[in-house]
Design a protein around this ligand. Sequence first.
Ligand SMILES: Cc1cc2nc3c(=O)[nH]c(=O)nc-3n(C[C@H](O)[C@H](O)[C@H](O)COP(=O)(O)O)c2cc1C
Length: 304
Amino acid sequence: MNLSTAVGSVELPNPVMTASGTIGHGTEVSEYLDLSALGAVVVKSLSAEPWAGNPPPRLHKTAAGMLNSVGLQNPGVEAWVEHDLPALEARGARVVASIWGFSVEAYAKAASMLDEVADRLVAVEVNLSCPNVEARRDMFAHSPSATREVVDAARGCRRPRWAKLSPNVTDITAIAAAALDGGAEALTLVNTVMGMAIDLDRRRPSLGAGGGGLSGAAIRPVAVRAVYDCRQAFPDASIVGVGGVGSGEDAIELLMAGADAVQVGTATFFAPQTPLRVIRQLERWCRRHGVARVRDLRGAAHGQ
Ligand SMILES: Cc1cc2nc3c(=O)[nH]c(=O)nc-3n(C[C@H](O)[C@H](O)[C@H](O)COP(=O)(O)O)c2cc1C
């Protein structure tokens, strides 16, 4: 059974990674999860400077997932390189750093700060779901031109860039085209879906920031659709599917829609070992269905 896959030029031993922001910046969950057994570990998004994030409460459980408004809290690239990266390496993790910024220059700075550790990273994921302070705080990921500019500006990291896109757009293929044009080697699809919950007693939004991002099982069909549409539009692009994966079959659904690999996020909040269980279930499904190489599932739902 061959579980190996490739995301652009990056070869991975299996197609299951953690999703950014859901297992912390370093080895927070390594007591429960063997990080070296994963395809790769994507860490929580980092900015050039430390950032405190949003006021509490930041998490709210929903019927089939959760809302979060963590607000990209992080220690900054420098502290992460000093403390977290060595700890991840000591656990044998293949590390994907994720970056964000409030301006194109801020992304460029975060990317260039990773240049000195480029050979210790397998890739850099560029999280485009951030407010652009130079465009009335509209998200970079909502604009093709801003997306192209940011992905291009991040080239200073000297690693393959994966563009992580938002599903909160009219036509995700237009944004994906811009990301690829800006130099992205892969598309990571998708970030959270905009949402909100109201606390009836307080008669106010439940989350401290008001709105938040919906994730978990509830958004899996949204992710499947985004992956399917982008695979159809860009047959040769590398795609990482993320959204509501909690089992091997969920992962296979995204692979068949067109993903080369998947990420597991919210499901790890309920059971930190979930990504490893997904790998085991994926392998078992392939054996049972006579699939010798997991790569052969890529895009299977599109027919010939
Ligand atoms: C608490 C929390 C924090 C997150 N932080 C980030 C982040 O820092 N950067 C990012 O690109 N995505 C972040 N995400 C989005 C996830 O990486 C993922 O795209 C999304 O949750 C959908 O996958 P899931 O349903 O498996 O969680 C976060 C999600 C959650 C639930």
